[in-house]
Ligand binder design. Sequence first.
Ligand code: ADP
Ligand code: MG
Length: 292
Amino acid sequence: MTSTVTTTGATSTVDSLRRHLVGLKMPRALEILDHTIRQLERGEVAPLEALDALLAEEYTGREGRRVKAALQMARLTTVKTLADFDFSFQPSLDRNRILTLAQLEFIDRHEVLHLLGPPGTGKSHLALALGVEAVKAGRSVYFATLAEVIASLAKAEREGTLRERIRFLCRPALLIVDEIGYLPVIPGGGNLFFQLVNARYERGAMILTSNRGFAEWGDVFGDPVVATALLDRLLHHAVVIQIEGASYRLRQHAGLIPENTLARPSTSPSPTAPKRRGRPPKNRSPDQQPNT
Ligand code: ADP
Ligand code: MG
């Protein structure tokens, strides 16, 4: 009799548990509930442990789905991680500095991180990896190349939706703009990019990667005035990391590449470019528009 009452009580408690897990949308916990109960019945786990394992299983699944969706939203489809990065291959790079950046305080401070260096030195890898860290930590991220950013701004301008597009690109806490300097910027592109940078200035963090030194940005953007205005915003509250090394892509074929191609870093920060933290030029007001 007693045992029947207990079994009935236990059955109704399990039914109630199931209903709650369904109501709370906890499919994974629901899936492993029977297994957990059997473990409890056999005395294989303590009640608290069982409760924790059930919730941990649900949480892990949920986090995995959240991170996957957020990585897609961020366009971080090529997932690179800091764990995959071989720091010994790039001795000019201060590992601790990168690991400190991975704490993501630069995002809270709305700073700009510049990753500079020749092709293949891991700029995109590090930018993506920091983006992945930010997504995991629950920050919103958006990744695009400079050419993609400018093309989308130019399209929006043609369609009369530039303000909305800029607002969209201001939303993520971290905007990563990859490949500054590889492709020529389309006419008017520098101006459009300036409008975005100005809108994000002191409001959101950015990571920028470039194979060209700041002194060359006049050429990159086809307009020295726009380049100066851009650098004014982008070097204030900035962290500049210069990678001086060999291409990881070419590491197995270095012998086939002419010596001067490998040895000469294509980036040379301008004399005014600070090594760590930028200061705005004293004679410019922060809101001064480029004169274009
Ligand atoms: P960059 O953007 O500077 O041109 P990438 O970050 O795209 O170079 O690196 C080129 C390729 O080499 C990528 O597949 C990247 O993951 C890999 N890579 C570069 N540096 C390293 C490194 N130090 N350790 C591991 N992989 C690296
Ligand atoms: Mg790259």
